[in-house]
Design a protein around this ligand. Sequence first.
Ligand code: FAD
Ligand code: UDP
Length: 365
Amino acid sequence: MYDYLIVGCGFAGSVLAERLANAGYKILIVDKRDHIAGNAYDFYNEAGILIHKYGPHIFHTNSAEVFKYLSRFTAWRPYEHRVLASVDGQLVPIPINLTTINKLYGLNLSALEVEDFLASKAEKRSPVRTSEDVVVNVVGHELFEKFFRGYTKKQWDMEPAELDASVTARVPTRTNTDDRYFTDTFQAMPLNGYTEMFRRMLSHERISIMLQTDYRDLIDVIQYKNLIYTGPIDSFFDFKYGKLPYRSLNFEFQTLDVEKYQTTGTVNYPLNNLYTRISEFKHLTGQKHDKTTIVFEYSSAEGDPYYPIPRRENQELYDRYKKLAAEVPNVYFTGRLASYKYYNMDQVVAQSLALAKKLERLNEQ
Ligand code: FAD
Ligand code: UDP
């Protein structure tokens, strides 16, 4: 008899498994894939280069609690991600900053002057509702077209005007020369990779792991008191209200006989090519190797669900599933797919830590 059956070995499921096992409960955690770590899974490829199977994962957080918690299972390598965008035949920093504007327009503006420059371009929108509004409101149509419209169309197969503001709001605009993609307090990569961190998290005498196992094949076979579900919420309810749309990706990996392919971790292609971006893992991992592996990301409607699609009608459908979820006794939903939220890794960890505390309190009563 297990206290908890946990569906999904990603951040959401693994953090709960660790916390609840630590609190004395007996856990069975399952994943239909043949590995732990969910979408954060990394491994050494044939050439011996550490790569991320589901695209580049860069850890960043403002939460000291989350960072401290994960630090129990890994040491870290400091890493600040930088991204260039290929626009008008040049590679310029994205998020748009002072350098981007000066390079693109052949100017030599100061931080103060660039504020006026952007203000003169901005088209004020009120209210700011969509992913187009967010960008146009601050930098105007021209820069929106160059950096955001094409990329968003490729990534989501939708116009930015059809997506919630929160999507492009992930990428700020700066008037200084800070060219980091993220500005969080903690920015680092697990020193020996994500999978190793998960392996340590799940190495506990009260945790059993079953891979290549769909939980549906187990629920009538094993005995458990509670279920924690981190897969897509619509699938749990057999799509009773219809399918929630998710966006998928196809990854094309190439290993090249050169030490470095590009000057930065990721280069975005908002205007050209079918792929959205190329990432080179050695920048992220700091690995020394005479070859390098890069990954091209092609967005797709078919395939594993990776991204919930933030827009009102999807939120409304999710809310119906959420209501249903609240009525199922002893079943808890958490994580990016089960919450239908465009969460980063640290947000998922924070959500699972909060749920673990709640469950421990519930069990004490
Ligand atoms: P997942 O990692 O998806 O885990 C859910 C697991 O449940 C999966 O392994 C799945 O196989 C399993 N499962 C589903 N259904 C079943 C079933 N029926 N039976 C058994 N198992 C099942 N975040 C960052 O913070 N920084 C980044 O740089 C970053 N980059 C990203 C890049 C890409 C291309 C993508 C797609 C995401 C990125 N993320 C990034 C987000 C990050 O991947 C997620 O926040 C995080 O992995 C979510 O963890 P999770 O446990 O909720 O979900
Ligand atoms: N985006 C864009 N151009 C860029 C980078 C991002 O239009 O050069 C938009 C696009 O809609 C993208 C969203 O901003 O999906 C969020 O970008 P982020 O890099 O956070 O995406 P993720 O890493 O989650 O795929």
